[in-house]
Design a protein around this ligand. Structure first.
Ligand code: PMP
Length: 308
């Protein structure tokens, strides 16, 4: 893994050198996973000498919703969070694609397993970032781990502790020679990947599990659905997906801020479609790449420019 190349973080209310943005080993969130976060991408557009942050506001709104679910108090409005992010990126002066991490966490050095009565701290940093999964197509497996459900750790909150579930699924997949895990919910139906949502294509329609299938309410998932409908004229359906339906899908792909749109060409050693990136996923990936770099005027409002 490449070393992070950032110099600053927003920490305790100010932008400070990254070396100063440190916490105690007694920090409650480090011990118990009591926090929530976001993952946002910024895209460097050389022709414009501009860094464009994709869906900044939507991510900050989801961070607020995560806090609400988790009894956490975020001391900034969505507007203020967006402004902090832009200010930090300007200070860094990035001229490359970046990944931005806002984090709200219980900062007290407290042996206390609870969300109330503890201090909520906010930090944000950004690092230069390339591909989340290096391969251009993905071989996936069904994880032996089940997805956390809404009544265990709310899956629609992007909660720190919940990512132990993701890490276990991803680790198992990697150790078994796959690139990514697909995790089933407690009901045995398809939920999502370790850190991405999932679509399949069958008979020309695009299908994704509903928000009640213990998925994160993915922002890319929503973008993909809109692009599929408005740009490709596809029927997009939200409904439960059986495990074996994955095996017989014409196409399948992951989507998420980190993974972007990644075709799945094999699941549990069964070829998906003809074993290559399918036409729908490829067209959506092409369209998405243009959208995030501000090249399609209809969607330019999703991109926030960093530099004046
Ligand atoms: N599910 C999980 C568990 C994730 O971590 C992510 C990445 N944030 C996603 C789905 C995709 O969400 P988004 O498109 O908002 O990045």
């Amino acid at each position: 893994m490449p070393a992070p190349n950032n110099r600053y973080a927003f920490f305790n209310g100010a932008i400070v050198p990254i070396e100063q943005a440190t916490v105690s080993v007694m920090t409650n969130a480090l011990n118990y996973g009591t926090g929530c976060f976001e993952g946002i991408r910024g895209y460097w557009v050389p022709e414009e000498e501009q860094l464009l942050v994709f869906q900044l506001r939507a991510h900050m709104e989801r961070l607020r919703r995560s806090c609400h679910i988790l009894y956490m108090r975020l001391p900034y409005s969505v507007d203020e969070l967006c402004a902090i992010c832009i200010e930090l990126l300007r200070r860094e002066g990035f001229r490359e694609d970046v990944y931005i991490r806002p984090l709200v966490y219980k900062s007290d050095p407290a042996i206390a397993v609870q969300m109330n009565g503890l201090t909520d701290a906010f930090t944000l940093f950004a690092v230069g970032f390339g591909q989340y999964i290096a391969n251009s197509t993905v071989r996936a497996c069904i994880s032996s781990w089940r997805r956390i459900d809404d009544n265990i750790i709310p899956s629609r909150a992007k909660a720190c502790g919940a990512y132990l579930n993701s890490a276990l699924a991803k680790t198992e997949a990697l150790l078994n020679g796959y690139d990514e895990a697909i995790v089933l919910g407690g009901d045995g139906q398809v939920s999502e990947a370790s850190a991405a949502n999932l679509f399949i294509a069958r008979g020309g329609a695009l299908i994704t599990p509903p928000l009640t299938s213990d998925v994160l309410e993915g922002i890319t998932r929503q973008v993909v659905a809109q692009l599929a409908r408005d740009e490709l004229g596809l029927n997009v359906v939200e409904r439960p997906i059986d495990r074996t339906e994955l095996y017989v899908a014409d196409e399948a792909f992951f989507c998420g801020t980190g993974v972007e749109i990644k075709p799945i060409v094999e699941i549990d050693r069964r070829m998906i479609g003809n074993g290559q990136a399918g036409p729908i996923g490829s067209e959506l990936a092409r369209c998405y790449a243009q959208v995030v770099r501000g090249q399609l005027p209809a969607y330019r409002q999703w991109c926030t420019p960093v530099y004046e």
